[in-house]
Write a protein that binds this ligand. Structure first.
Ligand SMILES: *Cc1c(COP(=O)(O)O)cnc(C)c1O
Length: 406
C-alpha cells in the first residue's frame, strides 16, 4: 500500500528527541525557545510563539484580539473544521465565503461579506499556495472598510481595522512576491501536525508580524503567559533559585509546546528548504508532467510569477465528473493499493454547520472543486516509481468509472 503522508522520521530526528529525553527537561524549555528563534528567522516575521497545535494558536489570537459574541469572522467555506471551530469557541459567528478556481478564498467574496460586525478575516493557504495577500491586506485598509470597523478592545482600537489572521497550516515555506509565509500579513499560524510538511507530531506556531503601532516582543511575552494559564513565570524560570513565587494575571489557556516536540522541529527547519521543499517540488512537478497527457486531468496551480506553494497537498481535479463518480474513482484507487484523500469537504456540508443554516448551494465554486478533487500522496520518502504507480492507479480508475457510466 502506498500511504498518503507518513512523517519523515530518520536518525537525526530520533537522536535529537533522545537528547531531549536524557536532558532532564522535556516540557517547554531551551529547545522550544531555539525553535522559535529559527522560525522567526525563517519566516522573516517579527516574533514566534510555539504552541501545541495550529488550532490552539488560532484560538489564542482570536482571544487576544478580543473576539466574542456578536462578532463576525470571515473565512473560506473550503477549509478544515479547525478554522471555523475556533471562531465558534469564541462565541463569534463564522461567515463563510466562496473560493477561486485555485482553491483559495476569493477577495471579491470577502469584500461582499464585510459588515460593521466583522473583526477578523482568516485566509487559508489551501494545499500550500499563499492567498492573494496584497489584495486582502489592501482591502482592509480601504477607507470605506476602515470606517465600518467598530473597535471594542484596546487591541482593536490600536489596529483600527479588521485583523488578518492567516491559517497557514499547509503553507510554511510558501512564498508570495519573494516573501515567505509568516511575514505576508498581520498574524500567521503554522501547523506541525503529523501529516503536515514540517511535523513535531502535534504542534503549531504563531508568527507575529503586526505593524509598528504594536510591540511584537511584548505581545510574545503576554501570549507566552496566556498559553500557560496566565502564569507570569514558566516552569523553567521557576526552577531558578528563590524564584518559586508566581502570579496568575488572567485565566489563561494551556497550549504550550514541549521540548520533545521542538526537538523534531529544530531538525526539520534546518533542512526544510534545501531538502524537504526540493523533494516535494520534485513530486509535484512529476505528477504535473505525468498527468498533463490526460484530457480529464485538471492540474493545480502551485507556482506562478508571484507565488510558490509549500507543495503540501497535490489537489488533482477530474474534468466532467460528478461527486458520485469521484467517490467511485477513489474506491478504485484504493483497490490498487494507493491511499488518496479529499481536501476538503466544504464546511457548509458538515452536519454541525448545516444545522446552523449554512447551505452548500451558496458556495458553488467550493462545491465544484470539492466534487471533482482527489488529493494524491506526497511525502519525503515517496519514490519516482511510487509516483508512477499512483498515476497509473488514478488513470485506470478514471477509465474504469468513466466507461461504466458513459
Ligand atoms: C491541519 C489543519 C489545521 C489544524 O492544525 P492543528 O495543528 O492540527 O490544530 C487548521 N487548518 C487547516 C487548513 C488544516 O489543514
Amino acid at each position: 500500500m502506498i500511504p498518503f503522508s507518513p512523517p519523515r522520521i530518520d536518525q537525526l530526528i530520533i537522536d535529537e528527541v533522545i537528547d531531549t529525553l536524557k536532558s532532564g527537561w522535556i516540557t517547554t524549555g531551551p529547545k522550544t525557545k531555539l525553535f522559535e528563534k529559527k522560525l522567526t528567522a525563517y519566516g522573516g516575521h517579527k516574533a514566534t510563539l510555539c504552541v501545541n497545535s495550529a488550532s490552539a494558536g488560532l484560538e489564542l489570537m482570536l482571544h487576544w484580539f478580543g473576539v466574542k459574541e456578536g462578532d463576525e469572522i470571515i473565512l473560506p467555506a473550503y477549509t478544515y473544521a479547525a478554522t471555523a471551530n475556533v471562531v465558534v469557541h469564541c462565541g463569534a459567528k463564522p461567515v463563510f465565503v466562496d473560493i477561486n478556481n485555485d482553491f483559495n478564498i476569493s477577495t471579491a467574496a470577502i469584500k461582499k461579506a464585510i459588515t460593521a460586525r466583522t473583526k477578523v478575516i482568516m485566509p487559508v493557504d489551501i494545499g500550500g499556495l499563499p492567498c492573494d495577500y496584497d489584495a486582502i491586506n489592501a482591502l482592509v485598509k480601504e477607507n470605506d472598510i476602515i470606517s465600518l470597523f467598530k473597535p471594542n478592545t484596546e487591541e482593536q482600537k490600536k489596529l483600527g481595522r479588521i485583523l488578518i489572521l492567516s491559517d497557514a497550516a499547509h503553507s510554511i515555506g510558501g512564498t508570495y512576491k519573494d516573501k515567505k509565509v509568516g511575514s505576508l500579513t498581520d498574524i500567521t499560524v503554522y501547523s506541525f501536525h503529523a501529516v503536515k510538511n514540517l511535523t513535531t507530531a502535534e504542534g503549531g506556531a504563531i508568527c507575529l508580524n503586526l505593524d509598528k503601532e504594536f510591540d511584537n516582543d511584548e505581545i510574545y511575552t503576554y501570549l507566552n503567559s496566556k498559553s500557560l494559564h496566565g502564569q507570569n513565570k514558566d516552569a523553567l524560570a521557576k526552577t531558578q533559585i528563590g524564584n518559586w513565587r508566581y502570579d496568575i494575571i488572567e485565566p489563561g489557556y494551556k497550549c504550550n509546546m514541549t521540548d520533545i516536540q521542538a526537538a523534531m522541529g529544530i531538525v526539520e527547519i534546518d533542512r526544510y528548504d534545501k531538502d524537504m521543499l526540493v523533494k516535494r517540488k520534485h513530486i509535484f512537478d512529476l505528477y504535473a508532467k505525468m498527468f498533463s497527457q490526460y484530457q480529464w486531468a485538471q492540474l493545480p496551480v502551485y507556482i506562478n510569477n508571484s507565488k510558490s506553494s509549500s507543495f503540501h497537498v497535490f489537489l488533482l481535479r477530474i474534468n466532467g465528473i460528478t461527486e458520485e463518480q469521484r467517490d467511485a474513482i477513489i474506491s478504485e484507487i484504493f483497490k490498487a493499493d494507493v491511499s488518496v484523500n479529499v481536501h476538503f469537504v466544504p464546511l457548509p456540508m458538515m452536519t454541525y454547520y448545516k444545522n446552523q443554516g449554512y447551505k452548500i448551494e451558496d458556495y458553488p465554486n467550493s462545491y465544484n472543486n470539492y466534487s471533482r478533487e482527489i488529493s494524491l500522496p506526497v511525502y519525503y520518502d515517496l519514490t519516482d516509481e511510487n509516483i508512477a504507480t499512483v498515476v497509473k492507479a488514478v488513470a485506470n480508475s478514471v477509465d474504469k468509472v468513466m466507461k461504466k457510466t458513459n
